[in-house]
Design a protein around this ligand. Structure first.
Ligand SMILES: [Cu+2]
Length: 111
C-alpha cells in the first residue's frame, strides 16, 4: 500500500521536525594534539562531561573527531572548545555537510 508508506514517511518527518525544536545540536571538532588511544579519548570526554548542556560525546580515533551533542540553549561551541583548551587541546570545528538521511523517496508513478 503506497498511501500508508507515504503517511509513515510524513509522520517520521513531523517527528524529526519536533526534535529540532529542542535546539539539540552537534559540534564536530578535531583536537590538536591528536588522540592516539583510549586514554586520550577519555581525557577529552572527561573535559567535556561536566560542561553544562552536553548531552553526548563521541570520539573517533580514525577520523580524529570529537562529536559533541549539546543543548544550544545551555552552552555554545565556544564554551565547549574552551573546556577542551583547558585540558590542553586546541580544537577546530569541522564543517559538516548537512547529513540528512534521506531514504530515496518513492515517486508515485502516475500514468
Ligand atoms: Cu593516548
Amino acid at each position: 500500500m503506497k498511501a500508508t508508506r507515504i503517511a509513515a514517511a510524513l509522520a517520521a518527518l513531523a517527528l524529526a521536525a519536533s526534535a529540532c525544536a529542542k535546539d539539540i545540536q552537534k559540534l564536530i571538532l578535531t583536537p590538536e594534539p591528536q588522540m592516539h588511544c583510549a586514554s586520550c579519548e577519555n581525557r577529552i570526554k572527561k573535559a567535556l562531561k561536566f560542561e553544562k548542556g552536553v548531552k553526548d560525546i563521541a570520539t573517533d580515533l580514525e577520523q580524529q573527531t570529537v562529536t559533541i551533542t549539546y543543548d544550544a540553549d545551555k552552552t555554545t561551541p565556544e564554551k565547549l572548545q574552551e573546556a577542551l583548551e583547558k585540558e590542553g587541546y586546541a580544537t577546530e570545528q569541522v564543517c559538516q555537510p548537512e547529513e540528512q538521511e534521506q531514504p530515496a523517496e518513492e515517486q508515485p508513478e502516475q500514468k
